[in-house]
Design a binder for this molecule. Structure first.
Ligand SMILES: [Zn+2]
Ligand SMILES: [Zn+2]
Length: 668
């Protein structure tokens, strides 16, 4: 019997193996149910893939990112099969894996109902337990066309194939969009047949590039989640299809944890909490993505800004102010009208044809402050800071509460320094940024370094190498995980972003520190060096919160509305046991107010228990309760958010405790 030699790349059993000619990848990993596919010569393949001499083979396990994506996509097939069983006239769109799940699009006579999803889940469970085999078959274009004659959307994909390997060929006229690439991105056309476990009979089939799990039984856990309308291939000019979203995981436990996180995220949704706690709204009359802050939200926002302002003062920033509008000329100089026009609101025509734009970025205006007079090296580093409100035209589909808005205020700074000052400046900057984020109560961070896209950049090799290395060194000093984003930098310079994890483990991109080689050139920025020569400064863009609105939303979700006392709009509520104790609590409140504490006394007609519930719902950090015994002793009783209580605390002591918690940014 002839044999082929393959190299198995796996921690436990790395090395060369000899297998029989015609052996499949599955045979290398028999007995290990976690292995659901294999990477052969760097390409993800089904376990049924036949090995050739010299192949390098790595297992893909169900609990890896790649493995989960294969499970999720395979589950999408099962969903489509179930849909065509229960809705025989349904026509198929595409069904790719996405972050944490999958979807499949269908052309159906009416939108799916929640009952439909239940029925589909039932049908899918039957298919999964029947253990159908996913079987790959290469087909010619014309055979595929004949076989899929009544699947018009699949026929269209066959025509799009042209894209080469993987994700298609971006920008080319026959571009296969990333998600459609799941079906036809592989160069050759393949159909996957679902075959009955016993008889081998054809149960269903789909045009697909693969790979898939070996059988439907290899789908450990799944759930359907929701439906939505979606245009075919994302274009409004195309027919509208019905999309079903679902999720699938390597185990029931993993899925349970994920669904629990989603439920928690929904409870914490800043749009929902914004209404419940009366913090902000986005009135239809003003427009999508344009928020108004109500008095309580305004207090939180002011505290956030005041603290940031004080910290910036301590770190030698100069405060500037710039207008919201500018002539087009400024954005011609900066280049924004060349490469950022889509993100800008259309211009207004004023003063006999003069075009004015709402500003999408503050930098060009700060640059004009720099160039407003001659600059000496003695003034550098010059750090200009502004709470600058900008307007960006986000598509209505991506606008999302305060996290993706059309008008927002950046805590924006631009730093101009010499090349020699850059290492020290970046180092200080990163420390400043992370310390400040910690002061707001975020504790877990990692850094991401975006490096040059070799096809698209300005500046010299030397400048890029120096700036990238300087950023890397600054990052290294923070003792935080550093993730590389190769080729992810904007064309004008490398960047570090600070990613923060919130209370339920989600990552948010917070601050960015961006080196810019282009603007100093475009604006002709110069300073006079000690030797009298004219030199170009280095420019660093830095937004610490990103935007105040977005950071507000992140903190609101992180704390689930229960802000630490220093940020809480109402820090203390006085709750009298009966009406007779109102006056006493008002005196206590006056003393707290004198210490700068935001305090209310609930003198309404409600019963005490109801007042406690109201304060709890409003997530007030401290409730001070007073009855006869407290009045007699000159004391109050604390009730905290978690329901615990401390009775008979002397008023002076109670005030010190509250003042200290506010001052120290302590959470309670
Ligand atoms: Zn597939
Ligand atoms: Zn900037």
């Amino acid at each position: 019997m002839s044999s082929v030699r393959v190299a198995v790349d796996r921690e436990a059993s790395a090395g060369e193996r000899s297998v029989t000619t015609g052996a499949t990848a599955a045979e290398l990993f028999t007995g290990d149910r976690k292995v659901i596919a294999a990477r052969v010569g760097g390409v993800a393949r089904d376990l049924a893939h036949v090995l050739s001499d010299g192949d390098e083979v790595e297992p893909i396990t169900v609990d890896s990112d790649e493995g989960r994506a294969i499970v999720r996509h395979s589950t999408a097939h099962v969903l489509a099969q179930a849909v065509q069983k229960l809705f025989p006239s349904a026509r198929l769109g595409i069904g790719p894996p996405i972050a944490n799940g999958f979807y499949y699009d269908f052309d159906v006579e009416r939108p799916f109902t929640p009952e439909d999803l239940k029925a589909l889940e039932g049908e899918m469970k039957k298919i999964i337990s029947s253990g159908q085999r996913f079987s790959r078959r290469v087909v010619s274009d014309s055979d595929a066309r004949a076989e899929l004659a009544d699947e018009p959307f699949k026929l269209e994909l066959i025509g799009l194939k042209g894209g080469g390997n993987g994700g298609g060929n971006p920008g080319s006229p026959t571009e296969v969009d990333a998600e459609a690439a799941v079906e036809v991105g592989g160069g050759e056309l393949t159909i996957y047949d679902n075959l009955d476990a016993r008889s081998g009979e054809l149960c269903w089939r789909d045009l697909c590039r693969g790979p898939h799990v070996p059988t439907t039984r290899h789908i450990p856990s799944f759930a359907l989640q929701r439906t939505a309308a979606a245009y075919w291939r994302g274009s409004e000019r195309n027919p509208q299809l019905q999309r079903i979203y679902g999720t699938a995981w390597e185990s029931r436990e993993a899925q349970k944890a994920y669904l629990a996180m989603l439920a928690e995220a929904e409870k914490r949704d800043h749009r929902r909490l914004g209404t419940e706690l009366d913090l902000f709204s986005i009135p239809e009359e003003i427009g999508s993505g344009l928020a108004v802050f109500h008095p309580k939200g305004g207090i939180i926002r002011r505290e956030m800004e005041d603290y940031s302002r004080r910290k910036h003062e301590q770190h030698d920033y100069s405060f500037v102010n710039t207008p919201h509008l500018t002539k087009a000329r400024l954005y011609e100089i900066s280049g924004h009208l060349d490469w950022y026009a889509d993100g800008m609101y259309p211009p207004m025509e004023l003063d006999e044809g003069q075009r004015y734009y709402l500003k999408p970025m503050n930098c060009p205006m700060h640059n004009l402050i720099f160039t407003s007079r001659g600059r000496s090296y003695r003034e550098l580093p010059l750090r200009l800071f502004e709470f600058g409100t900008v307007y960006r035209y986000e598509k209505s589909g991506v606008v999302h509460g305060l996290t993706r808005a059309r008008g927002f205020t950046q805590d924006d700074a631009h730093i101009y320094c010499t090349r020699e000052q850059m290492p020290d400046e970046l180092d200080r900057l990163l420390t400043f940024v992370i310390d400040l984020l910690r002061d707001y109560g975020l504790t877990e961070f990692y850094l991401e370094l975006s490096t040059r896209d070799p096809k698209k950049y300005v500046g010299t090799d030397e400048e890029w190498a120096e700036a990238t290395e300087t950023l890397r060194q600054a990052a290294g000093k923070q003792n935080l995980e550093l993730v590389l984003d190769p080729g992810g930098a904007a064309f004008y310079g490398p960047k570090i972003s600070v990613q923060a994890k919130d209370a339920i483990g989600r990552s948010w991109q917070m601050s960015t520190i961006q080196v810019d080689f282009q603007m100093p050139q475009r604006f002709g920025m110069e300073y006079q060096a000690p030797d009298g020569s004219r030199q170009r400064p280095v420019m660093i863009h830095r937004a610490l919160f990103g935007s105040i609105e977005r950071f507000f939303a992140v903190l609101l979700e992180h704390y689930a509305g229960a802000f630490p006392p220093w940020l809480a709009p109402v820090q203390v509520v006085g709750i009298p046991i009966t009406d007779e104790h109102v006056g006493y609590l008002r005196d206590v409140a006056a003393r707290l107010r004198a210490e700068g504490v935001r305090v209310d006394v609930d003198a309404s007609d409600e019963r005490m228990q109801k007042k406690i519930r109201t304060a709890q719902k409003q997530k007030v950090p401290f409730m001070l309760i007073a009855g006869d015994a407290d009045v007699a002793a000159g004391a109050v009783s604390f009730r905290y958010r978690d329901g615990t209580q401390r009775n008979g605390i002397a008023v002076g002591e109670a005030i010190s405790e509250i003042v200290a918690a506010v001052r120290d940014h302590r959470q309670v």
